[in-house]
Design a protein around this ligand. Structure first.
Ligand SMILES: [Zn+2]
Length: 274
């Protein structure tokens, strides 16, 4: 078996999130705050990932003051420092900074971030808006992957129209050397679009965090055809049972090779891990 990589982990102090986010987490966990606090130290989290059979995790910052809350880039960088199994991804909110490319360059060259996540449904912008083009150009120049939220969001104030993965088509065409991940694979509304975009563009990937893994073949009956383009993620702590989700993927009626690629092979290639 190859590496197992969880491409979607939210790292942060949960008192910084809005109360409705904590409330939603109670669907899965009885006492979210205790659950998170118990493992959320750098050493504790490294141990937690190992226990769940995860070799590497992508740790996400999030600057969404109007919808979910603030998990700052500074805090994520600090948390990941010296923890080899955590790979920090920064967040840039186009409404909070003027000079987007300089901000990204600083995060990558000075703070050690190895990728970026954008949150169109939470920040209210279209992925193909002009405002973001210099940012994509910078990400392409720096050679870092860009994750973009697609599909549904349950949190108050999120706007679904911004989550259509079709808006990423322009970005994929205009930045052919930029690696783009459709986070949640167009969840709910646009599975078909996410699938065809991943099939069409060499630089577009489907990331499956937050989807029940047992449903993967219902959503994507021909997933085996794009085995090189699918990436596992959990959406911890919203989806707290990482190890169980990995087991469910392993039980799907797919070839072992495909399952290895989904669970870590594709992510390892994108992140330059071996
Ligand atoms: Zn998430």
């Amino acid at each position: 078996m190859g590496l197992v990589i969880d491409f979607h982990i939210h790292i942060g102090l949960y008192h910084e999130l809005h109360p409705w986010v904590m409330e939603w987490m109670k669907n899965e966990i009885e006492d979210p705050e205790a659950f998170v606090n118990e493992v959320l130290t750098p050493e504790g989290f490294a141990h937690y990932l190992r226990e769940n059979g995860v070799d590497y995790g992508v740790a996400l910052a999030e600057l969404s003051p109007i919808t979910t809350g603030m998990l700052s880039n500074e805090a994520v960088a600090e948390f990941c420092q010296g923890v080899d199994c955590l790979i920090p991804f920064c967040c840039i909110n186009p409404y909070l900074v003027a000079d987007l490319p300089s901000e990204l360059e600083r995060y990558v060259t000075e703070m050690g971030f190895r990728g970026m996540k954008l949150y169109p449904t939470y920040h209210h912008f279209y992925a193909n808006s002009n405002r973001l083009y210099p940012l994509y150009a910078k990400a392409q120049e720096l050679g870092i992957p860009v994750m973009i939220h697609t599909g549904s969001s349950v949190f108050r104030g999120a706007r679904m129209k911004f989550g259509d993965p079709l808006y990423m088509d322009d970005v994929a065409v205009d930045f052919p050397d930029l690696t783009l991940l459709m986070v949640h694979s167009g969840r709910g509304f646009w599975y078909d679009r996410a699938y065809f975009l991943a099939k069409l563009h060499t630089n577009m990937y489907m990331e499956i965090a937050g989807l029940p893994p047992q449903k993967l073949l219902d959503y994507f009956p021909e997933i085996e055809k794009i085995a090189d383009k699918v990436i596992f993620g959990s959406d911890w702590p919203g989806m707290p049972h990482i190890g169980r989700n990995i087991e469910i993927v392993r039980e799907l009626p797919l070839s072992d090779e495909t399952k290895d690629k989904i669970l870590g092979g594709n992510a390892a290639r994108i992140l330059g891990l071996h």
